[in-house]
Write a protein that binds this ligand. Structure first.
Ligand code: NAD
Length: 484
């Protein structure tokens, strides 16, 4: 197989020589073979990228100063250039992180362009509002771009997560330094090709792939005005400390351990497709998945059997194959982590119902079988810590109040779902779950509504108009004009 290799970084609107000869090698999680490489960014590359973004932002006639409609024209070209690369973007994500290709076509191929158009449309409605005052005079409220943004993203859904940040930031008039995760860089370079083709002005987007130390350097760089981070809660805490010291605005989308509450009135077997999508999607590597399944004691065995049936029926294989439902985990390190949680689940007394090992028909690749534990104690490690793999803990509950108590017995608060034959009862249950988002009989992040977490799941929101506000600062001008 030919590898995908880049020799330069995308900085200041051009392919720019990196400051060092260091490289990031990307390996296939399916074959373990080398599939590509890019330059590894250094602190000097970050300096160059931040300087370019700073110049682009501070230019008094530049991107930030353009009328929304003018930015909107370029953003439409960007959306079209992304769309034209959609299938290749999906393929690159799949070969790098093991995301099944049908899912990559959904999440990674189309979502970025959809978000770019959505946010361009939101700002087209105007960025200022005239208000009648309570003290006799009018004021003008402006939504100004917050400045130069450091966007740091993980490997699990790399392009969709990148555009939760880039789309609103660009529409707002910000400029960006993006640091992709080292595991998924080839999709980020394809995105840079689209930015170049679309005619985004120099410095508006800059891409510097690197590891966590260079990421930390970017977070504290004096040229940065706003940090938008998605990743683990541990890294988020460290970034929050830095931003606290600097009084630098920060949005944090972090980990989760969400509850999927099955109510006693439902036949879960009728909802299998959406239950799969809410609990085991992307090989278990999504932050909002409902990985604690809460089942009523009265129907416990039936529900465990239904979920076990689902897990054992899933097709494991090459993620490029359209029929694959579970691909490999992103890396050997990630598989080690997931396997150590499976061992912990066993030693803590959970009943292993399905899975727990590696598929016997694959001698290469970082695969783990979909794994279901039953009779898991609500406080057990596998009921409390984020595993980030295809492992579900099924926990029994006594009654509705007990279900809510277990659902809220967590450091996290990102997602959640309620499964019921009565949608109104489901929505009433959802209100009682302490979490940023909850689905009824499914879980889908709609772009128009805010997404994000509470507690250890993060600070702030992405998506919806709220996600745009994260990249804006408000300025009030108290006018010398009486109310009209
Ligand atoms: P990670 O925190 O190790 O890395 C995420 C990104 O941050 C990478 O680009 C990494 O290089 C960088 N990074 C790590 N430490 C940093 C630091 N101190 N300063 C600056 N940059 C740093 O996470 P991961 O293992 O790549 O991703 C999995 C985690 O991401 C899971 O915990 C998952 O729940 C979380 N996640 C959250 C969301 C969400 O929207 N809430 C979405 C996807 C993933």
């Amino acid at each position: 197989m030919t590898t995908i290799d880049y020799e330069r970084l995308y900085i200041n609107g051009a392919w720019t020589a990196p400051e060092s000869a260091k490289r990031i090698a990307v390996h296939s999680p399916t074959t373990e073979g080398l599939i590509g490489s890019v330059p590894e960014g250094t602190e000097r590359d970050i300096d160059n990228a931040v300087a370019a973004a700073r110049r682009a932002f501070d230019d008094p006639t530049g991107w930030a100063a353009w009328a929304p409609a003018r930015r909107g024209e370029v953003l439409e070209q960007f959306a079209a250039a992304l769309e034209a690369r959609g299938a290749e973007t999906a393929r690159r994500v799949t070969i790098q992180n093991g995301m099944p290709i049908w899912l990559a076509m959904n999440f990674e191929a189309g979502f970025p362009a959809m978000l770019v158009r959505y946010y361009a449309g939101l700002v087209a409605a105007g960025l200022e509002e005239r208000r009648q005052g309570m003290l006799g005079k009018q004021s003008l409220v402006l939504r100004e771009p917050i400045g130069v943004v450091a966007a740091i993203v993980p490997w699990n859904v790399p392009q969709a997560i990148t555009f939760l940040k880039l789309a609103p930031a660009l529409a707002a008039g910000c400029t960006i330094v993006l640091k992709p995760a080292p595991e998924t860089v080839l999709d980020a370079f394809l995105m840079a090709e689209a930015a170049l083709e679309a005619g985004l002005p120099p410095g508006v987007i800059n891409v510097v792939p690197a590891g966590r130390e260079v990421g930390a350097y970017l977070v504290e760089h004096p040229g940065i005005d706003k940090v938008s981070f998605t990743g683990s809660s541990a890294a988020g805490r460290s970034i929050a400390r830095t931003c606290g010291d600097l009084l630098r605005p920060v949005t944090l989308e972090l980990g989760g351990k969400s509850a999927a509450i099955v109510l006693d009135d439902t036949d879960l077997s009728d909802l299998m497709e959406s239950f799969f999508a809410s609990t085991l999607l992307n090989n278990g590597q999504i932050c909002w998945l409902g990985t604690r399944v809460l089942a009523p004691r009265s129907k416990y065995n039936t529900i465990v059997d239904t979920i076990a049936g689902l897990a054992s029926s899933l097709q494991i294989g090459d993620p490029l194959d359209e029929s694959t439902q579970i691909g490999p985990l992103v890396s050997q390190r990630q598989r080690d982590r997931v396997e150590s949680y499976i061992e912990k689940g066993k030693s803590d007394g959970g009943r292993l119902v399905v899975g727990g090992g590696r598929p016997s028909d694959r001698d290469k690749g970082w695969f783990v079988e979909p794994t279901i534990f039953a009779d898991v104690d609500r406080n057990a490690t596998i009921a409390q810590e984020e595993i980030f793999g295809p492992v579900l803990a099924v926990i029994p509950y006594e009654d509705d109040d007990d279900a809510i108590a277990i659902a809220n017995n967590t450091d996290y608060g990102l997602g959640g779902s309620v499964w019921t034959s009565d949608p109104e009862r489901g929505a009433a249950f959802a209100r009682r779950i302490r979490s940023g988002t909850v689905g009824v009989n499914g879980y889908v992040n709609d772009p128009v509504s805010p997404f994000g977490g509470i507690k250890s799941s993060g600070l702030g929101r992405e998506l919806g108009p709220e996600g745009l506000s994260a990249f804006q600062t408000f300025k009030t001008i108290y006018l010398d004009e009486p109310n009209s």
